[in-house]
Design a protein. Structure first.
Length: 245
């Protein structure tokens, strides 16, 4: 049995992953944006889930989420699922929050980050990006390129931890829309598998996955100079330095 923390668990892929992992006998720590969203995860709580609360669009709240998680004890895996598609919060929620949580939560054995096939359209440019979210400065595609790059950097710097990125596909969630053509079940299966499976492939690191198959990410995601520049920019902006060897 593993203990898994899942960000953005009030609905969509995060909720579905939490529900499945609980059903399989694992411990789950769910996450909601505000106390008003606790009702949405009541079925998870009734199945034994614990919950932390905080708005990942704000740095101080994200730091508090990390403190809440650490207070609950060691996690075996963290699924960085929370995300937004548009607006000024795209960068803080999709990139800054995973970076901060990764830096501050006691290291788990496995880290999974939600990417997207749209990251292939992202621009590997950091100039002008407003990490605070005070203004809209990067696209969803850019944000997913950044988080995929962070994943590959972590896999390089932390060889003792399994770090992987997942493209869940375009699936019918609140973000994807009711008419999305993808398979909802397959949309959360890979991150669950990477979080708990003992399959040999699930115990590898540095992968970009789609439906349990490795895919080739944007070349910039594996560019060590771009990885380092991203880490330096995030550290400078947040005042939080990722613990690296």
């Amino acid at each position: 049995m593993s203990r898994i923390f899942i960000t953005g668990s009030a609905d969509g892929l995060g909720y579905a992953a939490a529900e499945n992992l609980l059903a399989d006998g694992h411990e789950v720590v769910a996450h909601v944006r505000s106390p008003q969203r606790l009702e949405a995860v009541k079925p998870l709580i009734d199945q034994g889930a614990q919950v932390v609360v905080g708005d990942l669009a704000h740095l101080n709240a994200t730091q508090d989420v990390a403190a809440q998680v650490n207070k609950l004890g060691q996690m075996d895996a963290v699924i960085h699922n929370a995300g937004v598609y548009s607006g000024p919060s795209v960068v803080p929620v999709n990139v800054v929050a995973p970076y901060v949580l990764t830096s501050l939560i006691a290291k788990p054995a496995r880290l999974i980050y939600l990417s997207s096939g749209m990251h292939l359209n992202g621009q590997p440019r950091l100039e002008g990006v407003d990490w605070s979210g005070a203004r809209e400065s990067a696209t969803y595609s850019d944000s997913k390129l950044f988080i995929t790059t962070l994943t590959m950097a972590l896999a390089r710097y932390w060889p003792d931890i399994l770090c992987n990125a997942v493209d869940p596909g375009w699936v019918p969630t609140k973000m994807g829309g009711a008419n999305a053509p993808g398979d909802l079940r397959l949309g959360h299966l890979t991150q669950e598998w990477l979080a708990v499976s003992d399959d040999s492939e699930a115990r590898t690191s540095g992968g970009y996955w789609h439906h349990q198959k490795r895919r080739t990410p944007h070349a910039a995601a594996r560019d060590e100079a771009f990885q380092n520049a991203l880490l330096e920019s995030l550290a400078r902006t947040t005042g939080i330095t990722l613990p690296l060897p």
